[in-house]
Each structure stands twice: as structure tokens, then as C-alpha cells.
Design a protein around this ligand. Sequence first.
Ligand SMILES: [Zn+2]
Ligand SMILES: [Zn+2]
Length: 209
Amino acid sequence: MPTIYCIGGVSGSGKSELRRNHCLLSRLQCFDIADIYDDYPGIGREAARFRLMEQLEYFLQEEPDESVVLEAFFAPGKLQRRGVEDLANEYDARVRYIWCAAPRDVCWNRVLDDSHFDSDERTQARLDFIREARDKYFYSREGEEPPVLLDWSCRDCGDWPCEAPECSECGRAVDAAQCVDCAERRRQEYTCSRACRRRSRRQDDYGYY
Ligand SMILES: [Zn+2]
Ligand SMILES: [Zn+2]
């Protein structure tokens, strides 16, 4: 099952940087809502979201086995997320949110630093957005850190990049030949080290009847 990686956060929170510097995410096709704003100057928020969903749907139709990256605000509980989740359901993909966060003034300064790449109008829209966004959007979100990805395909479902399963003892990512979903589906348990293996064996021997 391919994954739709949604990189979210306010303007200037470091979404593009994260993607470009990530050795695996950077190799996937990416659709960035900022490109839509560039291509259609003056386009409204609703129309831009609609375009992004169109691009995603077209990709899912054309490349049903490929994972893909989207960059947008992706505020929790809002329409952008719902749109992606609906398409993921329809096309049998999974969704991973990666939330980028930085303090408000850092976001503000980054947008100013990049302003020569953008029209004045876009820069102003970004700054307005940063000024008006609620405080909670400038904090990281639990469970939405970048996933630990492995540069091979899951032996069961064939996904690349392969999202690492977790150690059943300590929760650390494990170098396995299976992705986290397939490991869960088959109830395959992994341990990350000899110490964790010993601990899990001890539990099997003495614990929990
Ligand atoms: Zn798999
Ligand atoms: Zn462990």
C-alpha cells in the first residue's frame, strides 16, 4: 500500500527544507500547494486546495503503487486533511502526517528572507497567515514526527520507502524486511537489540498468563 506523506505546518516552518534534506522523501514525487499559488496568482484558498486534490488524484490513478509527498498547511481536523484521507480511502493508500513547527518569529523571518523568490503579494499573504495563525500551530505534534524510513521495499507489500516496524520492547525503529503495517497485520514482533530480545524472552517465560 503506497503512502501519501503530508508535510504540514505554517509558512516558514521548514516543510520544503525537511523534504529536500530527507534522503528518501526527496526522491518521491512532490506536490506543493505553494507551486499552485505561484502558477495561479490570486487563486483563493478553496480553489488551491481543490487543485492540489486534483493533482493527487491524478497521481494515484496513474501511479497506484507509488508513494507521494504533499506540502501544504494540513491543519489538524481541517478540510485539507479530510480531502487527502478521502482519496487515500478511495485509492487504497495510507496517510502519514509530518508536522513542521518553529516559533512564530522564526517562521516570520524565514518568509522575509525568502521574499525575493516571491511576489510581494504572496509574501504579504504568508506574513498575514503567520500573524493570524493560532498559537498551537507553532508547536510540534506528537505522533507526527518524520517516520523512520528504510531504503528498500517491504517484502510483503512491496512499498518503497519501507516504514520501519518498532521494537516490541522499547519502541525504537528496527531494520526489518517488512513495513510497520505488514508486521502489525501478521503480528510479527521485532526486537532492536540483544538486550530487548532478552527482555522479551523473559516475559514469554514468566509473565502474563
Ligand atoms: Zn508492507
Ligand atoms: Zn528495543
